[in-house]
Design a protein around this ligand. Sequence first.
Ligand SMILES: C[N+](C)(C)CCCC[C@H](N)C(=O)O
Ligand SMILES: O=C(O)CCC(=O)C(=O)O
Length: 451
Amino acid sequence: NTKLIQQLFKCTSIFQQPIRLSAVQQVSSLHTLPRESSPKQQQVFLGAKHHSCPSIFRQPDLSCWNAVYRSCSSFVSPQGSRNRDITLNKEELSVRYGHYHLDLPYVWLRDHCRCDVCYNHQTCQKNIDNFELDLDIRPTEVSFDGTVLTIEWPDKHLTSYNIDWLLENTYHDQHRDRVERVLWNKAIMATITEQPMVPYKDFMETEDGLKEHVKNLMKYGFSVVTQAPPSHEGTLAVSQRLTFLQPTFFGPSWSFTSDMAFGDTAYTTLGLGAHTDNTYFMSPSGIQVFHVLEHQGTGGETLLVDGFFAAETLRRDNPTAFKCLSETVVAHEFYDSDHRVRSLGTVLSFHPTTKKMFSIRFNPYDRSPLHTVPPDQIKKFYKSYAALTEEIRKPESEVWLKLKPGMVLFVDNWRVMHGRSSFTGLRRVSGCYLPRDDWFGKARLFGLQNL
Ligand SMILES: C[N+](C)(C)CCCC[C@H](N)C(=O)O
Ligand SMILES: O=C(O)CCC(=O)C(=O)O
């Protein structure tokens, strides 16, 4: 150890002068040993717990921070914001940065330290043991140069944050989605000049094509890959270009007709009103893929309704109903001869910070007996559910399209409802479910999503 400490002292001499860490290292929070490095702090470098350590000595794998930096670097910090000051309050640090006002509890600032001891940059996992967090911790010194906030704690531990990282990762009321959603109804969709479609070749062979498809999903809640091979294999190839299949008791994928293979209306020739699938799962599938491989007969058009458009209309026109459906936990179920699947969840949910719509769980056919709503709330729930249903079923809310072989439709099953008109003749639909967490993760990797 002596040799190592001697090496260290030789190294720490570089801390006598200000050092410029690469921008990426700055984002991962800058760590420098204080000028007079106490023996205890030297101990730190040897990997003792909960002290600062000069991450510059040990180049952490910044892969996860590269991603963070990339997403941060696209974060447009206020240009020339003069208002960059900090105030130390009793429980938190207030940071003013342009039009942002962050109130950062000290314990939060300690908990989120990203030094190599507090955070494993190889695994992007925290090392901090929450049980050891001092809820009443306060800094002994804080500085902010307009880009980097540096904090010294009573035990001399040093923590610092890049302002962009803080703007991305702390609570404030100005979080914005990377891709501005376009909520639509029939009239709005008719004005969209660039319809959410990507040609098969571009989608399968270029990153831009894949990114465009994901951007369409973020923006409109659906996207169509056109000119795909008109086969179930074509469906699978296109689906797995985006992400892995999400198998359910319907199987990993399907090519179904009206043969009552399952005890469900989908396996009939009947029409289906707008709904989201898998309301009976605690976490409904993220995307449903539809590919009509053949249809000799009439009807069988596909219906799409933007559930977020309907929900926002309800939030504006009937806030009581919106609140009721966002708070009332109800059950949905898939029951047939082989299944007794049931879920619990609210019909609507919105993001806790942005307050923007987060999910809609709407399938009137699969609602379980209402056993979670107190009798005196029942009527209010029915009225609220009816108000949302009315919005959803307005003809002006509906977009109809006739899917042809080669048109592979991806629907965000947490936002856009689908249905179909009744039909005659043989109609074969190929499709699958894709997991929400993974396709949203792809959007984050593309910098198309931050929250
Ligand atoms: C897509 N696939 C044909 C497999 C499912 C059909 C049943 C879906 C069910 N009605 C629901 O709303 O979840
Ligand atoms: O047959 C269709 O086009 C859609 C059926 C349906 O709604 C479903 O499979 O969830």
